[in-house]
Ligand binder design. Structure first.
Ligand code: HEC
Ligand code: HEC
Length: 454
């Protein structure tokens, strides 16, 4: 069942009301067959009746469970994981040397980061070269489903979900590694031959050959690099589930009053309604079911980041999902332009820039953006330039249905300043406690005892 579907398009309001009604009477019985479906107007009116209990931290309804169960996958191969960890931190691989995966995916920032850049997107291996988008965290990647269309009975059309990157353009961690390695604005590693040479001469050359087989074919070596990186990125140590929120779900921690309020607002369908897209399963005893994303796509319409080199050309826009090229599961339809993959909010508090274009530098600014976009756009966009990072012809794709911004300009904001602070406090509970293995990556490094999630 998709909460998001019901917020994206008006055709879904019936579904939204039904979900609310079911939740409110808690009988969970569907309407008898043949009973007339409510009209959009009736359903919307019903949805607005303040009939939901406002009790503190009620367990989420099971409807809030991810449609795709977390993929456990095969158990870790410790040899490959250790090798992947070393490759990830290997600064020799870039040109000029000095930039590793960990330079941008910084363990100290939950594997996101800017590599010393202050404009919102990370610096590459050469001065003045910047990646196109902000750096997502590479924790919890084992849960990212391959790109697919999710069929929901209530949605008017199947919804795109999953895939790696902000635009879902890759489904394979093995293949994906080539992109940062050879991107001239990221690691600029040159040719596969050059890279293979560095692996063959490197400090872990012997382990590499032992784990992946001897070969001098650069393509084979490059694939081995991908295999080791994938093993590392999907490993238990990259799936820490060690946050205060996780302990709260396990019954081992309590939230402060402010955090509790934030959680309530986060879920409240009339206020933040954040969990419609940043999905969680509060009743699950497995905190790993709550990744705070449904891996769906949405056109949130963040303001343009005028510090990006690409923003200098007025006609240049990052169109996200509709730029993705894939013949098997195409997403080039215009209605997908300006939509980006919903990021997990785990560890959001330690990021140094937010959104695909990195326009915001603090978490509070992002939450305030949601609270003000509809009611006070002049506080978000330059005067007279509402939705300035979405080309005019795609502005109809912008989500104006989610409860947090389905209000008129000038209406009272959906969240007060204190409520914004509460949501920020709650998001702070999603930060993972440091673990020994993360320290190992930071050190560049030798395998350590695996820290398994309890
Ligand atoms: C110069 C900074 C930089 C370096 C170095 C870098 N990355 Fe990234 N990484 C990014 C950015 C920016 C994105 C988002 C790109 C996009 O969505 O178009 C990204 C995205 C990713 C993703 C997708 C995550 C997701 O949630 O979909 C993975 C996986 C990844 N990088 C792995 C790596 C690996 C492995 C290396 C080393 C071989 C590496 N990166 C090196 C900046 C960097
Ligand atoms: C309709 C779906 C939807 C809803 C509702 C929603 N978000 Fe988001 N959120 C997204 C998408 C999509 C992005 C990425 C937008 C982009 O980069 O263009 C995002 C980005 C974010 C980010 C930036 C994270 C990062 O890693 O850069 C934060 C923080 C965030 N949302 C918090 C919230 C909060 C708090 C709420 C409730 C007030 C909320 N979101 C409601 C879909 C949603």
């Amino acid at each position: 069942m998709s909460g998001r579907g019901s917020w994206r398009r008006p055709a879904n309001l019936g579904a939204a009301a039904l979900i609310l009604a079911l939740g409110a009477c808690s009988k969970g019985k569907p309407a008898p067959p043949g009973a007339p479906k409510p009209t959009i107007a009736e359903a919307w009116a019903a949805a607005k009746i303040p009939n939901l209990p406002r009790s503190p931290v009620v367990p989420a309804r099971r409807t809030n469970v991810l449609p795709i169960p977390p993929r456990p996958g095969p158990p870790d191969n410790p040899v490959l994981v250790a090798l992947g960890r070393r490759i990830f931190a290997d600064e020799r691989l870039s040109e000029p040397p000095g930039t590793s995966c960990a330079s941008c995916h910084d363990p100290a920032r939950a594997f996101s980061g800017s590599h010393g850049s202050h404009i919102g997107v990370p610096l590459g291996s050469r001065p003045g070269h910047f990646a196109r988008r902000s750096t997502p965290s590479v924790l919890y990647l084992r849960f990212v489903p391959a790109f697919h269309y999710f069929e929901d009975d209530e949605a008017p059309a199947p919804e795109p979900r999953g895939g790696f990157f902000w635009d879902g353009r890759s489904d394979s961690l093995v293949e994906l590694a080539r992109q940062p390695l050879f991107n001239p604005d990221e690691m600029n590693a040159g040719t596969p031959r050059r890279l293979a040479g560095k692996i063959a001469r490197g400090p872990y050359a012997q382990e590499f050959r032992a784990a992946l087989g001897p070969s001098s074919d650069p393509e084979v070596i490059l694939r081995g690099v991908g295999v080791a990186l994938e093993a590392y990125l999907r490993s238990d140590e990259m799936t820490p589930v060690r946050s205060k929120y996780d302990d709260y779900v396990r019954g081992r921690a309590t939230l402060t009053e402010q955090e509790r309020q934030g959680l309530e607002i986060f879920k409240d369908r009339r206020r933040g309604a954040c969990s419609g897209c940043h999905r969680m399963a509060e009743t699950s005893t497995d905190p790993a079911e709550s990744m705070f994303t449904d891996y769906g796509y949405d056109a949130v319409a963040l303001p343009r980041n005028r510090e990006l080199p690409a923003s200098r050309a007025a006609a240049s826009f990052d169109l996200g999902l509709c730029e993705r090229k894939n013949a098997k599961t195409p997403s080039s339809d215009e209605r997908f332009c300006s939509a980006f993959r919903t990021p997990s909010l785990r560890n959001a508090a330690v990021r140094d820039s937010f959104g695909h274009n990195g326009v915001y530098k603090t978490l509070r600014e992002v939450v305030a953006f949601y609270a003000r976009r509809a009611v006070a756009p002049d506080r978000i966009y330059p005067p007279g330039k509402k939705f300035d990072d979405v080309p005019a012809k795609y502005r109809r794709n912008i989500n104006i249905y989610a409860p947090v911004y389905n209000r008129r300009e000038g209406a009272p904001p959906p969240l007060t300043d204190a409520e914004i602070d509460a949501v920020v406090a709650f998001l702070g509970t999603l930060t993972d406690a440091p673990s020994p293995s993360l320290a190992a990556t930071a050190a560049g490094s030798a395998p350590v005892a695996q820290s398994r999630s309890p």
